[in-house]
Design a protein around this ligand. Sequence first.
Ligand code: 5GP
Length: 211
Amino acid sequence: MKQKGVLAIVSGFAGSGKGTLMKLLLERHDNYALSVSATTRQPREGEQDGREYFFKTKEEFEEMIRENAFLEYASYVGNYYGTPRFYVEEQLAAGRDVILEIEIQGALKVKEMIPESVLIFVTPPDAEELQKRLVGRGTETEEVVRARLRRAVEEAEEMASYDYILVNDDLEETTGQLHAIVQSARFATERQTAFAETIKKSLAELTAGFA
Ligand code: 5GP
């Protein structure tokens, strides 16, 4: 039987560099599938429908909620964000490691539903660096930057609920660390119960006839 893929959930402060990290991870390794979320926020310049997000109206999004089309969804700084269920389930079943790049409320919901999923929190080395990256991105108004920084204060409280915290100082190094975490999750005992049962049984059978 093909082993199911690992469901890895990556969260982090806006400006932690997690988007770039995901891009590099996918470029370097071909066992990953990145889930594309749906959102009601406006596309940023350069973003394409179906690539960064599926851009939806509030009505369309709420219709998807009613149809149970989301694995999880949450409201973040005034907009809905949600993970379409079908793609994630299909890719995991095919043995690919699926990455969800989602915020904390959604991450904790998924962990509750799927306890063997791996929660990884990405953070820049310090608060000043975070502010610098957010401002430097230049795609947000000052008001939005402030809202995101205030949100980061709340998010910092939740970091402890994650399985891993990755300090993203050097992008290359962090990409390697992220890959190592996900790959080691493949061998976690809770994912190997079927194998453990099989070998226990065959060992018992093998030794049953021993004097
Ligand atoms: P942004 O607007 O900067 O693209 O994303 C804002 C936040 O929403 C980020 O923390 C991002 O990880 C999160 N996010 C993106 N997609 C989803 C999703 O499907 N579900 C949840 N819960 N959060 C998401």
